[in-house]
Design a protein around this ligand. Sequence first.
Ligand code: GLU
Length: 469
Amino acid sequence: MPPNNIAVRTRFAPSPTGYLHVGGARTALFSWAFARHFGGTFVLRIEDTDLERSTPEAVQAILDGMSWLGLQHDEGPFYQMKRMDRYREVLAKMLADGTAYHCYSSQEEVEAMRERQRAAGEKPRYDGTWRPDANKVLPAVPADRQPVIRFKNPLEGDVSWLDVVKGEIAINNRELDDLVIARPDGTPTYNFCVAVDDWDMQITHVIRGDDHVNNTPRQINILNALGASLPHYGHVPMILGTDGQKLSKRRDAVSVMDYLDKGYLPEALLNYLARLGWSHGDDEIFSMEQMCSWFDLTHLSSSPAQFNPEKLAWINNHYIKAADNQMLSNLVRPQLQALGAQFENAPDLAAVIALMKERVNTTIELAQAAMLFYRQPDASAELRLQHITAAVTPALLDYAEACKTIEWSKAALSQMLKEVLAKHALKMPQLAMPLRLLLTGQLQTPSIDAVVELFGRDVVMQRLAKVSA
Ligand code: GLU
């Protein structure tokens, strides 16, 4: 959908009530990529007017999550709580223009009104008692009562928009109430703030979760009343968990930062989220640069996407394999430290990572695998008895002897191992397994020559010295 020569402006507008949710991160990614695609502007707006649920920690969690993912905003963060003067100004203008009105109906009266409507089988709504229509005489203003401000919603016609994801959507105005846009204490309400912000921030494309579809006609009506031009709207279906239900905090890892803790790389998570509800042909692995060059709001799916942890792990494995070993070392070192790694006389971490990263899905697994090189071997007596037998001991001694002087390269070590095997008429596993046990304490390792080379001559000789004739 080419935006007709307009400067694209998108926004991500989270409510800071917890952490950055993967669903939120995905709509942020779509908004960001779309802005990047057209060289536009991506705005970050913090919707913090729900004072009971918003916390500074949650704001920080959102900023941290966005920055970890590299979803850099161009403007903001704007905080709604800092825009109260502006909302009051717009409320005053709407009252003056007659697009909003004071309503003195009490909470109890509104409740009673709704009860009556429900009893009569009607849809509960405000009955318009204080709506100032032509030739209507309003009731006397009750003393000692602070009014709310209601939006004067159009009575007739449809509110419709061509949703970028869902296609044409039309809602009849009769379905919509005269929305309360300011509470008795004067504080503005949610849909009003969003409409004013989208207007002021000149947002051209609102991409958000489809849990907001019901808010859109209300926001459109407010924007129309303000004489604002309307943004395009795209409502992305939610992400389902592996069980086909809505992603749940209890069952699924839903916080973006959980993935950092679990050893995922941000580029892997982004690549994975990009494919949840959007596609570019059969491409599964692509960089954010590629995504930005492709992402024009077409090929968004209108049905919910299902979260697939195995696929995310597969993508993470891809990015770990492709990642710079030094960068991975910086990530893995603290994890190794937490596992009690001993770095003295131990191989270089970047070299260990180069050897171990092929088969791991997370940097946590990478740290666990790398521990092979950073702990004392501790094979069970049973395993030792089983593998370090009298039959192989002479070969192990020969191997240890040759290690003293051999040129320390994988090729030379490999050649030497073959010669020892031939001399003692042994098969590879008969010598490789005891060597693995002696050097690492375990039987599963990468190729023995690579392991021996990485440990280095001193450590190898020291550990093989434990074999006695
Ligand atoms: N603050 C809303 C939320 O976190 C999003 C509002 C919007 O995108 O319009 O769900």
